[in-house]
Design a binder for this molecule. Structure first.
Ligand SMILES: NC(=O)c1ccc[n+]([C@@H]2O[C@H](COP(=O)([O-])OP(=O)(O)OC[C@H]3O[C@@H](n4cnc5c(N)ncnc54)[C@H](O)[C@@H]3O)[C@@H](O)[C@H]2O)c1
Length: 256
């Protein structure tokens, strides 16, 4: 029960339906609930979000779904109102919602660029801005921002995604410094390659899978649980002296 008594909100957590391919947010929601947290699953995918929350409740834990488009400040205010009225407080925010865009610089349109900046950079900013007053009231909290190894290194494509995830990485440090005095910790997680609903469309390309697998020292992709356990650590009080840090979970891909 590593999160006993904690209330958590996880964005982009709809993909946690049993029997279907899961994402980091969905897997984290299940693990958080198992570790004693009350969990709010926030997403624009209402159907899978509701199902994930219902299944977690079915296991005896406290879980709700709340519709949230992370790019909207009004929706953040509403989601927070719902969560605090249900759980009484908020201790943990996981900014996990995301999407991809795999174009080169020349092929990236302004719409693609803005879309990536909106969901990742603006989403994490609005999330932190919304929850900090509530966490301060609760005497502290933990914000975990899901960036990527693509927020640290480049690749032949994914231009706007790299830029947006890089923004999340350094935004994390700015927020960590500003709110350390309020006992609010802010850290980033940098996953490597994992097959999830978001990336599945690309991993039907056998050549790409082979190239990426070969580039990882452990010679395999990660699992959603391996990422979720990293998020769990940073969310929990076990990480009470950790803030502004980057947790890379990538099978050694960026160590070389
Ligand atoms: N899968 C990987 O290999 C990988 C690697 C590094 C980082 N990541 C990052 O991990 C995070 C989770 O992705 P995932 O791969 O687990 O896939 P996923 O498909 O489970 O996660 C994306 C979720 O975000 C939701 N979402 C998209 N836009 C949203 C918005 N505006 N508001 C609220 N929710 C929104 C989607 O509905 C979906 O449920 C993302 O930020 C992604 O960039 C993924």
């Amino acid at each position: 029960m590593r999160l006993e008594g904690k209330a958590a909100l996880i964005t982009g957590a709809a993909n946690g339906v049993s029997g279907k391919l899961m994402g980091f947010g969905g897997a984290s929601a299940r693990i958080f609930a198992r570790e004693g947290a009350k969990v709010a699953i926030a997403d624009i995918n209402e159907q899978d979000g509701e199902t994930t929350a219902a299944q977690i409740r079915g296991s005896g834990a406290d879980a709700i779904f709340v519709r949230l488009d992370v790019t909207s400040e009004e929706e953040w205010a509403n989601a927070l109102r719902v969560v605090v009225s249900q759980f009484g407080k908020l201790d943990i925010l996981v900014n996990n919602a995301g999407s991809t865009s795999r174009e080169t610089v020349e092929d990236t349109t302004i719409e693609m660029w803005d879309g990536q900046m909106e969901v990742h950079a603006k989403g994490a900013f609005l999330g932190a801005k919304a929850v900090i007053p509530e966490m301060r009231k609760a005497g502290g909290g933990s914000i975990v921002n899901v960036s990527s190894i693509f927020g640290m290194i480049g690749s032949p494509s994914s231009t706007a995604y790299h830029a947006a995830k890089g923004a999340v990485r350094v935004f994390t440090k700015a927020a960590a410094i500003q709110y350390a005095k309020d006992r609010i910790r802010v850290n980033s997680v940098h996953p490597g390659y994992v097959d999830t609903p978001m990336t599945h469309q690309y991993f039907t390309d056998a050549d790409l899978v082979a190239r990426r697998t070969e580039s990882v020292p452990m010679k395999r992709f990660g699992t959603v649980e391996e990422i979720a356990y990293g998020i769990l650590y940073l969310a929990s009080d076990e990480a009470s002296y950790v803030t502004g840090a980057e947790l890379v979970i990538d099978g050694g891909a960026t160590a070389q």
